[in-house]
Design a protein around this ligand. Structure first.
Ligand code: HEM
Length: 461
């Protein structure tokens, strides 16, 4: 089911001022429910084959025109920096990409605080090797359309000798669309100015399109720098992919060790994130879950933190409040509107098992391919990883880290503010371990056509 259906077939419309038919659908289209899909990572052995693949695949890449309506299945294509080198982009174009993008996510481990278990040396193949050139993703709300579309994409790359499939990860199809730790996800998303739809209740004011799509003014008033020539940069955006393995055994043991009843366990799980597993926000359902609220897109994001300045409902350090503090008064000032990201979370592997408590359960393949999109994805990711995920100072929480994706050290804590005394839980663990990551550029449809049509000679420039 797509957003428009979940809202009862109607969405308040607003003027369109971005070129929806040139922007890839995945930039704006919400993940459906239920959802099925596959992320394919490809290597280009021969630039000519790479360009041929783009020429053949581009007609099937969905545009964002009427993104709120959605087709049954859609394809997106994204290119890494090494992929664009292999495709033979002119040197001047290659040089025009930001340095962090050119060096790749693994090389930015220091800035991203990807240490210890999250260190790129522990990543799964093919991540961080420079081998990943093209990312093709298929999203669908129907199993059959998903399978057919993946087959169609495969048909195009398998018949080209110069293209190698490095990996193909199926995702979705989880009972209740829950993520690997058993929560409903992909609720909070930014509203984007000029995208044709009014913000949903609680989404906040629309953010300037240039924060998410290249070629339009951003929050600062001017468009962000974009790759040259214009046909390459305009209507494109950057994508960060982070593959997380969820340590379900460790997570369940943590919940059990710090609670006595199932009710307390669910409340602790909700405090870590800021929402009950059903998606119901603690601001609106502070003491008891409300699944109907969690399922209702008109109500489940309709809140601010104005009435909860100390975090008695939603802990200041919970995942959701860290990742989007909304109107929280922070000890280190930041403009929340310039740190927003579009998220496309895709859960893979075995479904969440609430009874799994063994160390082996940590290693059952299960987790998230977390996709975040932004016109300055590299910069935003560094900011989030350094300031809001692996630090607590902005909320006066000292060295406490994000309870969901923070890298926890020995004896780490999580604070649940309450009256008269707060509860400080000791021994929080790293629940989601990073097992891979890549930066991609998601070009516009005209840019894909431009790259596909590049003359072979440009590979020698
Ligand atoms: C395994 C990894 C992760 C899990 C299990 C997870 C889980 C969740 C859940 C359950 C929510 C609440 C529901 C929702 O609004 O979608 C949420 C919200 C959110 N998460 Fe994550 N997340 C993960 C990784 C990340 C990462 C890596 C980032 C960013 C760097 C991130 C950023 C956000 C944001 C921005 C929100 C929405 C906050 C809001 O608008 O109120 N998450 N996440």
């Amino acid at each position: 089911m797509h957003l428009v259906d979940r809202l009862g077939g109607e969405l308040p419309r607003s003027p369109v001022t971005v070129e929806l038919d040139d922007i890839q659908a995945t930039v704006l289209r919400y993940r459906p429910e239920p959802y099925y899909g596959t992320h394919v990572l490809l290597h280009i052995d021969d630039g000519r084959a790479g360009r041929e693949l783009l020429r053949n695949l581009t007609p099937y890449v969905a545009s964002a025109a009427e993104w709120w309506r959605a087709g049954e299945a859609w394809i997106s294509v994204a290119l890494s920096y090494t992929g664009m080198v292999a495709l033979g982009l002119p040197q001047a174009s290659l040089r025009s990409f930001p340095e962090a993008f050119r060096s790749g996510m693994a090389a930015q481990a220091d800035k991203l605080r990807d240490y210890g278990p999250n260190d790129p040396k522990n990543w799964d193949a093919p991540f961080g090797t420079g081998q990943v050139h093209i990312g093709v993703s298929v999203f669908s709300d129907s199993e059959q359309a998903w399978r057919e579309t993946v087959e169609m994409a495969r048909h195009h790359y398998r018949r080209l000798a110069g293209i190698t499939e490095l990996s193909a990860q199926a995702f979705g199809a989880q009972p209740g669309d829950l993520n690997p730790l058993g929560y409903k996800d992909s609720i909070g998303q930014p509203a984007i100015e000029g995208s044709g739809v009014e913000p949903l209740p609680g989404q906040g004011r629309p953010i300037k399109a240039g924060e998410f799509i290249l070629g339009y003014p951003g929050e600062g008033g001017a468009p962000l720098p974009m790759p040259h020539p214009d046909v390459l940069g305009r209507n494109g955006t950057f994508v960060g992919l982070r593959k997380y393995q969820s340590r379900v055994g460790t997570f369940n043991r943590f919940l059990r060790e710090h609670t006595r009843t199932e009710q307390e366990r669910e409340l602790l799980a909700a405090k870590l994130v800021g929402r009950w597993r059903s998606g119901a926000p603690l601001t609106l359902a502070p003491s008891q879950d409300d699944p109907a609220l969690g399922a209702d897109p008109r109500r489940n994001n309709d809140f601010t933190y104005a009435d909860d300045p100390h975090g008695h409902q939603v802990p200041l350090g919970s995942h959701m409040r860290r990742m989007n503090p909304r109107d929280t008064v922070m000890t280190q000032l930041a403009d929340v509107n310039v740190h927003r990201i579009i998220r496309r979370s895709t859960t893979f592997g075995a479904p969440y098992d609430p009874d799994a408590t063994s160390p082996e359960a940590d290693e059952v393949p299960r987790g998230l391919y977390f996709l975040f999109l932004s016109a300055k994805a590299m910069e935003t990711m560094e900011f989030l990883q350094q300031e809001w995920i692996n630090n607590g100072n902005f909320m006066d929480l000292g060295d406490e880290r994000d309870p969901n994706i923070g890298l926890q050290e020995e004896g780490a804590t999580f604070t649940i503010p309450r009256a008269p005394v707060r509860r400080r839980i000791h021994g929080i663990q790293t629940f989601n371990v990073l097992r891979g990551g890549e930066y991609f550029f998601m070009p516009s449809l005209s840019a894909l056509r431009w790259i596909g049509g590049l003359p072979a000679a440009s590979t020698r420039l």
